[in-house]
Design a protein around this ligand. Structure first.
Ligand code: ADP
Length: 287
C-alpha cells in the first residue's frame, strides 16, 4: 500500500469493487474495465511487486502458524474462460510467495479414475492443508460450466450441484479455510487475439488447444452457465469476485489484493515460542 502521505490508487478496496452481487449480469461485464483502480499499467506493474512482497509476508505468517498447530488455510479458486490468464495469475501473483506454502492443483478433463467417483472427490483430495495457501486452477465449478454447456450429464443431475457445492463449501469454511472465488472474464475479441498469439509464437504453441476455438461459438451458453453459477453459489461465506481480465496487469493486482484482504482478516501474528526464550538464549550463548 502507499505510504500514509500517498493517496491510494484504489478508489475503493478491490473486495468491494469486484464482489459479485444479485445484480451482476455476466453479459454486462466489461472485461476491459479496471474496477476500483485509478492508476495505469505502469503503476500496476510497480504495485504487483510491492504488494506481492507484502502478500508473501502474510503468507509466511499463515505457514508459520500452520506449523505450530493453527488449522486455518486460504483457498483461491480461479475459474475463468480459456485465455483469461489463470496460469499467469499463478505465476505472477502466487509466484511471489514461498512455494513450500502453496498447495496448487489444476483440474482438467476427469481421468478414468476420477470419473468413477463423485465429482467432488478429486476436489476434496486437493484442499489446502493447515497453514497453506491453496490455489485451484479450474475447480468443481467445471461441473456446472463445461458439463452443463456440453450436457455431459443430464440437467436433472447438474441442476442439483449448486446446492451441493454450497454445502460442500460451507463445510470447508467451517473447518477453517477461507475461500476466495475469482471468476475471470476476457472479451471474445481479446480471447481471439490471445489464441492467435498462441498460433503465431512457437513458445506458445503448447498452450493452444484446437477445441478452444469451438468453445467460442458456445459463449452464449457459457454466459448462461456463468450467470447461474454466480446467482446460485455466491454465498456470504464463499463469495464470488468478478475480475475483468483483458488487462492482465489489472487482474493480477486485483487478485493480489483479494488475497491480501483474506489473509489480513485472519489477523495473523507470528507464533509465540513454544520454549523458554531467555533460557534458550543463555543455553546458546554457552554452547
Ligand atoms: P487448460 O485448458 O486450463 O490449460 P487443460 O488443458 O488441462 O487445462 O484442460 C482443461 C479442460 O478440461 C478444459 O477444457 C475444461 O473445461 C476441461 N474440464 C475440466 N473439468 C472438467 C470436468 N469436470 N468435466 C469435463 N471437462 C472438464
Amino acid at each position: 500500500m502507499p505510504k500514509d502521505d500517498e493517496k491510494s490508487p484504489w478508489s475503493m478496496p478491490a473486495v468491494e469493487a469486484l464482489r459479485a452481487g444479485p445484480d451482476t449480469r455476466v453479459e454486462d461485464i466489461d472485461a476491459n474495465a479496471t474496477p476500483g483502480f485509478e492508476g495505469g499499467k505502469e503503476l500496476g506493474a510497480q504495485l504487483l511487486e510491492e504488494r506481492g512482497a507484502y502478500l508473501s509476508g502474510l503468507q509466511e505468517r499463515l505457514y508459520a502458524n500452520g506449523r505450530t498447530g493453527d488449522r486455518r488455510s486460504v483457498l483461491l479458486v480461479l475459474q475463468g474462460m480459456d485465455t483469461a490468464g489463470k496460469g499467469g495469475m499463478v505465476r505472477h501473483v502466487i509466484g511471489h510467495v514461498d512455494p513450500q506454502g502453496v498447495d496448487h492443483a489444476s483440474f482438467g478433463v476427469p481421468t478414468p479414475e476420477e470419473k468413477q467417483h463423485h465429482y467432488l472427490w478429486r476436489i476434496s483430495k486437493e484442499l489446502p492443508r493447515a497453514g497453506q495457501l491453496g490455489v485451484f486452477d479450474r475447480s468443481h465449478y467445471e461441473d456446472v460450466l463445461v458439463v452443463r454447456v456440453h450436457n455431459l450429464v443430464p440437467e436433472s443431475v447438474w441442476s442439483t450441484r449448486y446446492d451441493e457445492i454450497n454445502q460442500f463449501e460451507r463445510e470447508i469454511v467451517d473447518s477453517g479455510t477461507t475461500i476466495v472465488k475469482v471468476a475471470m472474464f476476457v472479451s471474445l475479441d481479446e480471447q481471439k487475439k490471445r489464441l492467435a498469439e498462441r498460433l503465431e509464437r512457437p513458445d506458445k504453441h503448447w498452450k493452444y488447444n484446437p477445441s478452444d476455438v469451438g468453445e467460442r461459438a458456445l459463449w452464449p451458453d457459457y454466459q448462461e452457465a456463468y450467470q447461474a453459477m454466480l446467482d446460485r453459489t455466491n454465498t456470504d461465506y464463499a463469495p464470488w469476485y468478478v475480475v475483468p481480465c483483458n488487462r492482465k496487469w489489472y487482474s493480477r493486482i486485483a487478485v493480489g489484493e483479494l488475497l491480501i484482504d483474506a489473509l489480513e482478516r485472519l489477523d495473523l501474528d507470528w507464533p509465540a515460542p513454544t520454549f523458554d526464550l531467555e533460557l534458550e538464549k543463555q543455553r546458546l550463548a554457552q554452547a
